[in-house]
Design a protein around this ligand. Structure first.
Ligand code: FMN
Length: 220
């Protein structure tokens, strides 16, 4: 602060205002795994001070396919009150975490369909600088979780989003479930997670919020 500014109580250094981050946790889940991961991310985001919305990607599968799998049907019914994601939610969010199961080493069609509706927002620059990260699950330990996460990031790069992958930025990432690309888990046929990734998912949400905060402060 300069002498005259001190004298007159003025600062030429801009006071940084507290910024509040809006986090959208967007998931698709047939049998509940990615819903649980989204809920952990919600907790992590809230603990980091963000306003959080958990939103599901609309189901597209035919009724008959859903009915043929009791766990799928039960999960859809149990989460019927979770709001479906809209394009307005993407515009609202400063930060976005996606969680999606692996389907043949890629994102489910439901997620791709939703991403493919974002062209209008993309064309008007409204997705640029969103801070994003992604999580996934698969039945096999090496069944394509990372490929799914990277597929989501490919779309994010086109958005001009800023990918806040966890890397190895915290010691807990070296423990079970830590994945530098994004939290990933293996789930057995009964739907039991084979690794405990709760803390990794919460940490990923915290980091995503913190990166978004830094960016927003920098733009003040
Ligand atoms: C059509 C289809 C394709 C799948 N492809 C894979 C795969 O490539 N690798 C794998 O390990 N698991 C695969 N799975 C298993 C799912 O990834 C697993 O059921 C999912 O991660 C569970 O997540 P959810 O409970 O959130 O639905 C596939 C499942 C389906 C129905």
């Amino acid at each position: 602060m300069g002498f005259f500014a001190k004298l007159f109580g003025q600062s030429n250094q801009k006071e940084l205002e507290h910024v509040s981050i809006k986090l959208a946790v967007i998931y698709y889940s047939s049998t509940g795994t990615n819903y649980q991961m989204a809920k952990w991310a919600e907790e992590g985001g809230k603990a980091a001070g963000a306003e959080v919305k958990v939103l599901k990607v609309p189901e597209l599968a035919p009724e008959a396919a859903i009915a043929s799998n009791p766990a799928w049907k039960a999960h859809l019914e149990a989460t019927s009150d979770v709001p479906e994601v809209t394009l307005d939610d993407l515009e609202w969010a400063d930060a976005i975490i996606f969680s999606a199961p692996t389907r043949f080493g890629n994102v489910p069609a439901q997620v791709k369909q939703f991403l493919d509706t974002t062209g209008g927002l993309w064309a008007t620059g409204k997705l640029a600088n969103k801070v994003v990260s992604a999580m996934s699950s698969a039945s096999n330990a090496h069944g394509g979780q990372e490929a799914t996460i990277l597929s989501i990031y490919t779309t994010m790069y086109h958005w001009g989003a800023i990918v806040a992958a966890p890397g190895y930025t915290d010691p807990l990432l070296f423990a079970s479930g830590g994945n530098p690309y994004g939290t990933s888990v293996t789930v057995d046929q009964e739907g039991n997670m084979q690794e405990n990734v709760e803390e990794a998912a919460k940490y990923q949400a915290k980091r995503t919020v913190q990166v978004a905060e830094s960016l927003k402060k920098g733009n003040q």
